[in-house]
Ligand binder design. Structure first.
Ligand SMILES: [Zn+2]
Length: 206
């Protein structure tokens, strides 16, 4: 089968499926009446990557879909191209029960980062509501806060809280906390320097 030449070296690598398309050399064309060749979101599909759907497991749709293809996507977060793999779709629509027009809009890197940030945000909230925080927990709260600011999820005015948290430490910190403290101090300064010169609200995102 002749394949269109495309450079996939810039594509975001998927930890399980890799970077480039997974060619099956299967190119179904004939579709019996009452079925669809492939999903509603199948724009930018890559030829020769079809795999068969299992209609018994597929989420209900008035018109069942017979095949999944690897699809080219651009991540809405970082803009990098990536592939929404046919096998991944099969997993979404047949194992996880997602509807057939659920599309993948973020590359795996951004999905992972988002999950990491979600965890940090939850942890931050937990610590925020704990009014008997230990030294370690105050440091952890400052770190969560910094990570969320560095990523734009927290407003930069949050630097004031980080500073307040750091100020809660007395001079007789243990050595391990001291190093952590200095590290946070450094990150805070780096963040503030990177932000200087911009009007306050320019970076507010959420
Ligand atoms: Zn991305």
């Amino acid at each position: 089968m002749k394949r269109k030449v495309c450079d996939y070296s810039k594509y975001v690598e998927h930890p399980r499926y890799g970077r480039g398309p997974r060619f099956t050399d299967f190119q179904p064309r004939d579709v019996p009446p009452g079925y669809r060749l492939t999903t509603y979101i199948s724009k930018n599909k890559i030829g020769g990557t079809a795999i068969e759907a299992n209609l018994e497991c597929q989420t209900f749709s008035p018109v069942p879909v017979l095949y999944y293809f690897d699809l080219k996507r651009d991540c809405i977060e970082c803009g990098h191209p990536f592939i929404f793999f046919a096998e991944e779709q099969k997993y979404w629509y047949e194992t996880l029960g997602f509807v057939l027009d659920a599309d993948c809009i973020r590359c795996t890197d951004c999905r992972n980062r988002q999950h990491g940030l979600e965890r940090q945000r939850r942890r931050y909230e937990e610590l925020f509501h704990n009014d008997r925080r230990t030294t370690d927990e105050n440091l952890e709260m400052a770190e969560c806060s910094l990570t969320l600011m560095e990523d734009g999820a927290f407003h930069r005015r949050q630097t004031e809280r980080v500073r307040m948290l750091l100020n809660t430490f007395s001079d007789n910190r243990e050595e391990i906390a001291e190093r952590r403290y200095n590290d946070i101090q450094r990150r805070l300064l780096r963040f503030e320097n990177a932000q200087s010169g911009e009007p306050w609200d320019a970076t507010e995102r959420r």
